[in-house]
Design a protein around this ligand. Structure first.
Ligand code: NAD
Length: 365
């Protein structure tokens, strides 16, 4: 469990935040449709409680767009089409747009034929991977996603101090009636965005999240970002240390497999090495979509999984006030609470967002 929030926050109604982010991307040069999609996905991450993949990313996305590292208005190119499998190249289009196209294709084919494998490379930052599992859930499909970030070595392998892996997330969605499950996490001890959030004064990091070049565990974001001012954009290339892989040798092994499946198998490239100046990042994602109805096990799957899940969740908690939760439950609870009362943003995150808005001539209220 991460430590609780300590920094002062600015509470913004979700609809207002989404409108501000939409206006920023529209002014920066995205179409109305793309601006609305980016805004919905980023604020959706905040609503799910994953502030690391929410609006904290806006200044950097705009910066990447202005540098030409991420491109508006792109359509994923079909590189290979085997019917049951597809390879797509996003050519650095906005990740929210490109991943949505890739997921729509995988869902459409799995819903028609029972399964589909979609290998995606070259997408801009795709954000919260669980959002794509949720799209598959809505179509009654199981989905499994291995993801990497080409050009973004941030994470030290088990036993090392130097960066070799990206934060390489992994996600699985299971469509159980009334109780859909979404497991979705970075294979780093914390997602990079959580280091960003902490650096802006938000939720502090666990004490062992980062590692210095000398091999000392740390929770100081400067280990990753070097020197920075309160509302400056954070540059992960500037620090000398690394984020640690989660789960010791096992998490480190899963990170390696995400890199190899999403980066090498798709042909999009692994986290590094990065030659010369860093010129943006690209997400790769290997997704597997399965339809229990087509496999003929829908009824058994739902009954056995539900009975088993109920038994798992009935395990006696260590602390009676904290019952065992299913993957996806914390996000659903956060969504309900934040839709009702607003999205809490650290004041420096809000300040950075306003600075970006004002830089583009968008009135931020
Ligand atoms: P995290 O450590 O908060 O773990 C989230 C997962 O654990 C969820 O499935 C959640 O339901 C489950 N969970 C949390 N608390 C639980 C509890 N008490 N009991 C049972 N289950 C619980 O997530 P993270 O590693 O910080 O990742 C955050 C987000 O960052 C994810 O959405 C991930 O996709 C995203 N990410 C994206 C990229 C990218 O390149 N696009 C890279 C890294 C991470």
């Amino acid at each position: 469990m991460n430590p609780p929030d300590t920094a002062p926050t600015h509470l913004v109604p979700a609809a207002e935040l989404e409108e501000l982010v939409r206006a920023i991307f529209a002014k920066a040069g995205c179409s109305d449709e793309e601006s609305a999609l980016i805004a919905r996905e980023l604020v959706g991450a905040n609503l799910a409680g994953h502030d690391s993949h929410g609006v904290v990313r806006v200044p950097l996305y705009v910066d990447w767009m202005q540098a030409g590292w991420v491109r508006p208005g792109r359509t994923a190119e079909v590189v290979t089409d085997g019917g049951a499998f597809v390879l797509l190249d996003g050519h650095r289009g906005f990740g929210q747009t490109i991943a949505a196209q890739a997921v729509a294709l995988g869902v459409e084919r799995a819903a028609a034929n029972g399964s589909c494998i979609v290998a995606l490379r070259g997408a801009g930052h795709i954000g919260r991977v669980g959002a794509y599992a949720e799209t598959a859930l809505a179509a009654g499909l199981i989905s499994i996603h291995f993801v990497n970030v080409a050009g973004s070595p941030l994470v030290a392998p088990f036993g090392a101090t130097e960066r070799r892996f990206s934060t390489a997330p992994f996600a699985v969605g299971l469509p159980l009636p009334e109780r859909p499950l979404v497991l979705d996490f970075a294979t780093s001890l914390v997602a990079e965005g959580k280091v960003q959030v902490a650096s802006y004064g938000g939720k502090p990091l666990p004490p062992d999240a980062l590692i210095t070049p000398e091999g000392r565990k740390s929770d100081d974001p400067h280990v990753l970002y070097g020197d920075y001012g309160p509302t400056d954009i954070r540059r992960s290339g500037a620090g000398a240390g690394a984020i640690r892989a989660f789960g010791e040798h096992k998490g480190s092994g899963l990170a390696l497999m995400c890199e190899l499946l999403a980066g090498a198998f798709t042909g999009g490239g692994c986290a590094g090495p990065v030659e010369g100046e860093r010129r943006g990042i690209a997400n790769g994602m290997l997704s597997i979509y399965l339809s229990p109805a087509h496999f003929g096990t829908q009824a058994e799957f739902e009954r056995i999984a539900r009975e088993y899940l109920d038994w798992v969740l009935s395990a006696s908690p260590i602390d009676a006030a904290e019952p065992v939760l299913a993957p996806g439950e914390p996000e659903a609870r956060n969504r309900a609470a934040r839709l009702a009362s607003g999205v809490p943003l650290p004041v420096n995150t809000w300040g950075a967002l306003q600075r970006t808005a004002e830089g583009l001539g968008v009135h931020s209220g």
